[in-house]
Design a binder for this molecule. Structure first.
Ligand code: NAP
Length: 246
């Protein structure tokens, strides 16, 4: 379905983004990874993409940097010829109760998680408009819908992604560009592996399906939203959370 498509995926060096990259590459997409870490940190991901027989390149960039993201998007178009799919996945947390949260904690999380999405969408959409084709998927979180004590900055950034997505869907629909969000619940990653058994058991009680999600569950949702099967779907928030937020 995604054959000959070019996907730009942020934060795809590891974690959920790497799984999304591998899944789209397995469907035949060429992949541009935009990530903050040194390229060597993503060597395993790049090897997996190469094994899929697609073109894959790594671009080191901070998604919160407006000018740097413009330069990267231009470079991807120069080197791959186009960008059909944008997946805004890069994100961080800086959890603290609001009483202890510093201005810097707020600014950092909002600039990477929310302004990062704006930057990429802003620079990619002119190219998508010219081709009259685009699929944009941004990774939000159930926390953006539920709120969460200790995550006011993160929850605000993830709720902001939902408003951004719906607005972009309305502005660009006539150009055959869809914009959707995926809202993961608790997903098994390095972050959740570090939790104690007791913390995990407490989490399972909040999830009707009774277990953590896998990175592949998120990648499958993204794969659907960028596929032709989702051509008439725009402005939605697809929850992938085992029923955690109903
Ligand atoms: P992760 O393992 O921490 O990976 C995040 C990736 O984003 C890393 O490769 C990281 O690079 C990159 N990144 C961070 N800051 C960046 C910046 N300024 N510019 C470019 N890249 C940057 O996180 P994850 O668990 O896979 O989560 C991926 C997305 O899903 C995030 O948006 C997260 O909020 C969301 N999410 C995750 C869960 C979950 O349970 N894991 C639940 C809901 C939503 P470095 O290697 O340099 O740090």
């Amino acid at each position: 379905m995604s054959e000959n498509r070019v996907a730009l995926i942020t934060g795809a060096g590891r974690g959920i983004g790497a799984e999304i990259a591998r899944t789209l590459a397995a469907d035949g997409c060429d992949v541009a990874i935009v990530d903050y870490a040194e390229e060597s940190a993503a060597s395993e991901t790049l090897e997996k993409l190469a094994a899929c027989g697609v073109r894959a390149r790594y671009y080191r960039c901070d998604v919160s940097d407006f000018a740097a993201t413009k330069a990267v998007v231009d470079a991807v178009v120069r080197e791959f010829g186009k960008i059909d799919i944008l997946v805004n996945n890069a994100g961080i947390t800086a959890d603290k109760l609001l009483l202890r949260m510093e201005e810097g904690d707020w600014d950092r999380v909002l600039s990477i998680n929310l302004k990062g999405c704006f930057n990429l969408i802003k620079h990619v959409t002119p190219y998508m408009m010219r081709k009259r084709y685009g699929r944009i998927v941004s990774i939000s979180s159930v926390v953006g819908m539920m709120g969460n004590a200790g995550q006011a900055n993160y929850a605000a950034s993830k709720a902001g992604i939902i408003g951004l997505t719906k607005s972009v869907a309305k502005e660009f629909g006539a150009r055959n560009i869809t914009a959707n969000a995926v809202a993961p619940g608790f997903i098994r990653t390095a972050m959740t592996d570090a939790l104690s058994e007791e913390q995990k058991q407490a989490m399972y009680k909040l999830i009707p399906l009774g277990s953590l999600g896998e990175t592949q569950d998120i990648a499958n949702a993204v794969r659907f939203l960028v596929s032709d099967d989702a051509r008439y779907i725009t402005g939605v928030v697809l929850k992938v959370d085992g029923g955690m937020y109903i």
